[in-house]
Design a protein around this ligand. Structure first.
Ligand SMILES: C[S@@+](CC[C@H](N)C(=O)[O-])C[C@H]1O[C@@H](n2cnc3c(N)ncnc32)[C@H](O)[C@@H]1O
Length: 292
């Protein structure tokens, strides 16, 4: 083979021209059209560099991670880095998705009852504000100062504090939950926020220990799906609400006991409620009904 610059005949294993001293690899890099595929210098872009010649180890810093990239081939390097980053992100997303599906399935088929009281703190997760903004949601419940309100399944009281404020010192919020652990968490939260107009009741939604027509408004947030006998619970709500009282039901798709909007409408209509309002939320909906 010949030197691509001066044309001097070279030994096949030469990395540098015997006559003019050019480094073949570098020369070919800047004059790619002169590459002679048969020449020994045309192939030395290997991990070992140009046939072991020290001058040939002039790889760029990227060679540490991408050994094939020599002497600052930054475009190729960036493309590879992007590819690896995308692959990594895809792997991470897949792992997260798989973990999410696993947790959802476990929750869906493993709960078989009310939301566990030991996980009550997760219901106070600040991310909920994005899905169900507390102040706006409680405003939509149409609570008025002085009202007696029934909150069914308050859990640790994500909405109770705001509801207590809405009815004011002349009103009260009756919080009825089936789990003592939830009521204990609720008690702590109410104390922390100095809410004094809430009354806590331990009991089942299908047997509300309140007099007929004694409540001005009632609300349930992600509770309906946990009650096995929903028609009976709604009949109880109808009984305790005064005529013209408002029942609000909020459902979110992030809850594994999510109730479809149509089935809630049908159920409430069958129990004698009239739909008066409907609001879409980021991950669900709020339906308001009135008693005739
Ligand atoms: C998913 S948590 C929702 C708590 C709260 N409403 C919130 O949005 O943060 C459901 C709550 O309903 C209560 N619950 C489930 N079945 C019930 C029933 N039959 N009677 C009364 N409360 C019930 C659970 O104990 C739990 O506190």
């Amino acid at each position: 083979m010949q030197c691509p610059k001066c044309g001097a005949e070279q030994r096949p294993d030469n990395a540098i021209c015997d006559r003019c001293g050019i480094v073949f690899e570098k020369y070919y890099k800047y004059h790619p059209r002169t590459v002679d595929s048969g020449s020994p210098a045309a192939a030395p872009r290997s991990r070992a560099g140009v046939r072991g010649h020290p001058a040939s180890n002039a790889a760029g810093p990227g060679a540490l991670f991408f050994p094939e990239a020599q002497g600052g081939d930054w475009l190729a390097l960036a493309a590879r880095a992007l590819l690896w980053a995308l692959l990594l992100a895809w792997g991470l997303l897949s792992a997260l998705l798989a973990a999410g599906i696993y947790l959802w399935m476990r929750e869906r088929y493993g709960r078989g009852g009310p939301f566990p009281a030991k996980d009550a703190a997760s219901l106070l997760n600040p991310l909920r504000e994005w899905m169900q903004p507390v102040a706006a949601t409680v405003r939509a419940f149409r609570l008025r100062p002085g009202d007696t309100v029934l909150e069914l399944g308050p859990g640790p009281g994500y909405f109770t504090v705001e509801a207590g404020r809405a009815v004011g010192p002349g009103g009260r919020v009756i919080c009825m939950d089936i789990q003592p652990g939830m009521l204990a968490a609720l008690r702590g939260r109410l104390r922390e926020h100095s809410v004094t107009n809430a009354r806590l009741l331990l009991g089942d939604a299908t047997r509300v220990p309140l007099a007929a027509a004694s409540v001005d408004a009632a609300f349930l947030v992600t509770v309906l799906g946990e009650i096995p006998d929903r028609p009976r619970a709604l009949a109880e709500l109808r009984r305790v609400l005064r005529p013209g009282g408002v029942l609000s039901i909020l459902e979110t798709m992030t809850d594994c006991d999510y109730q479809l909007e149509d089935s809630v409408r049908d159920l409430c209509a069958a129990c004698g409620f009239t739909a008066i309002d409907h609001q879409r939320q980021r991950t669900g909906y709020l339906l308001c009904f009135a008693t005739p």
